[in-house]
Design a protein around this ligand. Structure first.
Ligand code: CTP
Ligand code: CA
Length: 227
């Protein structure tokens, strides 16, 4: 992740960010996960720190490192662990951004011993995980709460539905079907939508530059809310 110029726009603000995938265990050697690499969340953490914020970064398993002491990093593995930490830290923060790709389902049963293969097909029953973002939206007081949406069709419609359903202040919508956007790569393309449904297109750029733009829209929208 690249280093960029410093500013003071977020001095005095505490920012909580979740990043990366989660892992949902089947047995001691196997788990379900997804294609998230954590780059968008780490870029947000870095950009917020470079704007003067104190940052807490809650991350699933990723191959990335944090470069500044302005970022307190907390490593988690499962969606349940991420849920616990995000709730524990929520009220201490002014801005909360959920860029993590949280598993929607996990195996209903986790085996203590490695599963042995057998003849025929294997059926693994999956149960729903908790929606971390929605549960934060339900208890929100003064926090500016930002979600992400990963979509392959009708991104704007689905994204705005999530913004409303989860009681968010803004959502960053990624059309993950487009080249240059979404999981894995170093670049992103997104639409930022606030709760007044004002839309901002963020053109193809490095995830760090996209992070700076997202933060600048958040700062603008927070100012508008201050009485
Ligand atoms: N999210 C969460 N906890 C979950 C699932 C999702 O906090 N168990 C958050 C993600 O971190 C993201 C937002 O919800 O900020 C949207 O995630 P996304 O997968 O796009 O939407 P879902 O609500 O899970 O709906 P679906 O996957 O069915 O589109
Ligand atoms: Ca999901």
């Amino acid at each position: 992740i690249q280093h960029q110029s410093k500013s003071t726009v977020l001095i005095g603000k505490k920012v909580l960010i979740s990043a990366g995938p989660t892992r949902e265990k089947i047995d001691p050697v196997r788990f379900f996960t997804n294609r998230s690499t954590g780059k968008m969340g780490f870029s947000l953490a870095e950009a917020a720190a470079n704007m003067g914020a104190e940052v807490t970064l809650v991350t699933g398993p990723v191959a990335l490192e944090t470069s500044t002491s302005r970022i307190e990093r907390i490593d988690v593995t499962t969606s349940e662990e991420m849920y616990q930490i995000m709730h524990q830290k929520f009220f201490e923060h002014d801005i909360v951004i959920k860029s993590a790709a949280v598993a929607d389902y996990r195996p209903k049963v986790t085996f203590e011993e490695k599963m042995k293969k057998q003849d025929g097909n294997l059926h693994i029953e999956m149960e729903r995980t908790k929606d971390i973002l929605q549960s934060l939206g339900e208890k929100k007081t003064t926090q500016f709460l930002v979600g992400f949406a990963a979509e392959t069709t009708n991104p704007l419609d689905y994204g705005i539905k999530k913004l409303k359903k989860k009681n968010l202040d803004a959502i960053v919508i990624n059309n993950v079907a487009i080249e240059g956007a979404g999981f894995g790569g170093d670049t992103n393309i997104a639409t930022y939508v606030n709760k007044q449904l004002q839309q901002e297109e963020i053109e193809l750029a490095s995830k760090y530059n996209v992070a700076q733009k997202i933060l600048s829209f958040i700062i603008r929208d927070m100012k508008d809310e201050t009485p």
